[in-house]
Ligand binder design. Structure first.
Ligand code: AMP
Ligand code: MG
Length: 436
């Protein structure tokens, strides 16, 4: 296992005190391990899970050439150029009930969608295009080319080819594909286990009275929501007060049973509380100042499996978890989760990275922005009169104003090098739909 210093040395332009978002993402990508344990799940239970092995098609789907239309199957070579073609219908092939006989030149077969094409026939004329005269089928000229309306064996999935690759987060279409291979059980990586808790003496949990100067802990709810949508296994350790023993116990418990530990609060530079000290004592942790807004302070590293100077701990088998020490401000928690934690947890779950789709939208107003940091402003995207997208910033962007996230439907992402934006200028927007 590489030390954090060794990983930092691999990230060009690494500066822990003014770390660009891209460098932070690269560092985290190099830091996080991937789960390897595999479990077999019934197909429907595998929705949203990460496929652990390539799924290779054991046969062609479809297994035979078949008709894409209701109509008449024929030989393309029988079609006359520039004149009607007259063919004799010799029978019917239905989906699931193939026509057993032979169809000779000059003959055709009534056929339904999905029915097997008999040997020698390669073209289907839709029934609405033909004229019937007794047992003769008249095909008008110029409406059909040989091969039309025929589905080829294996055109969906060819035998021996990987139908789906390991690392795929299984979506509804994938379940259908797997079903079309006749596979009932799917190998997926085990679920990632994520522990999380909030730190701060001013925090109260729902149900407790709100003492003077205190706030209810909202971060555990936004975090729970984002993590639940990611489909990880959750361990909620509550609010941990600013007490070294309580913090140590929480970190140890979290690290011993989880793959990743997410905390919020207590990582800013001016923090008076014990969170940073305990993190540093119990693991290998870096404290970053990221060139972003909101979300500047963040702790990252490995936690657990360490005996303290006085010999406590270290008895948990040396198990370590990845630590994401997020800032306390409610908007900063969500933004840093989307910017760093989401992709990291997906990678740890064994998923192949897929960049999130972004919209380009015209900003309805000018936005002030300094180059040299990435900004995530909350925006409301709507259709503009010209049919394109437009985005309006949701008023005050203070990182404590969670309402700005709730009313927004996307994040306006202003890149590291970008300066101020003029009204009407196109900006990148990360829509919340499709995001956890
Ligand atoms: P900190 O990062 O600990 O300095 O916290 C920054 C701000 O976020 C402070 O105003 C905290 O009261 C607030 N905060 C920290 N944790 C939470 C939480 N779990 N829920 C709501 N607000 C929080
Ligand atoms: Mg605090």
């Amino acid at each position: 296992m590489k030390s954090l210093q060794a990983i930092a040395a691999e990230v060009s332009g690494y500066d822990p005190n003014a770390l660009p978002v891209a460098q932070a993402q690269e560092f985290i990508g190099r830091l996080v391990p991937r789960v390897t344990a595999v479990e077999m799940l019934p197909l429907r239970s595998a929705l949203g899970r990460v496929l652990a092995r390539d799924l290779v098609s054991a046969f062609n789907v479809p297994a035979h050439d078949n008709s894409a239309m209701d109509g008449y199957a024929l030989r393309g070579s029988d079609l006359a150029a520039g004149a009607p073609t007259r063919l004799v219908a010799v029978g019917t092939g239905l989906a699931g009930q193939p026509f057993g006989g032979e169809v000779a030149a000059g003959q055709c077969l009534r056929i339904t969608t999905g029915a097997v094409m008999p040997a020698g026939l390669d073209t289907v004329v839709p029934q609405e295009f033909v004229r019937i005269e007794g047992d003769a089928v008249i095909v008008p000229p110029g409406i059909l080319r040989p091969g039309d309306n025929r589905r080829l064996a294996g055109e969906d999935l060819a035998v021996g080819e990987p139908a789906l690759q390991a690392g795929r987060v299984l979506r509804p279409a994938d379940l259908g594909m797997i079903a079309s291979l006749g596979v009932a059980e799917v190998p997926v990586f085990r679920r990632l286990r994520v522990a999380f808790f909030s730190t701060g003496d001013e925090l109260r949990s729902i149900g407790e009275p709100l003492d003077e100067g205190c706030v209810y802990d909202s971060n555990r709810y936004t975090l729970w929501g984002m993590l639940a949508r990611l489909g990880v296994e959750l361990l909620d350790l509550g609010v941990v007060r600013d007490d070294p023993a309580a913090l140590e116990a929480a970190f140890r418990e979290a690290a011993a049973c989880a793959d990743a530990v997410i905390t919020s609060g207590g990582v800013s530079v001016g923090e008076a509380d014990h969170t940073k000290k305990i993190m540093a004592e119990l693991g290998e942790v870096l404290f970053w100042r990221i060139a972003m807004r909101p979300g500047r302070p963040m702790a990252i590293g490995r936690i657990g499996g360490v005996a303290t100077a006085d010999g406590r701990g270290g008895a948990d088998g040396g198990h370590q978890a990845i630590l994401f020490g997020l800032p306390g401000n409610p908007v900063a928690v969500m933004v840093t989760f989307y910017a760093f934690v989401r992709d990291a947890l997906l990678a740890m779950s064994g998923a192949t990275a897929e960049p999130l789709p972004m919209l380009r939208a015209a900003s309805t107003a000018a936005i002030r922005k300094k180059p040299g940091r990435t900004e995530y402003q909350r925006g409301i995207v709507t259709r503009a009169a010209d049919g394109g997208w437009q985005v309006a910033i949701t008023g005050s962007q203070g990182s404590g104003i969670l309402r700005s996230m709730s009313v927004a439907n996307g994040l306006v992402v202003l890149g590291h090098a970008q300066g101020s934006v003029a009204a009407g200028e196109q900006v990148d927007v990360l829509p919340f739909d499709g995001l956890v």
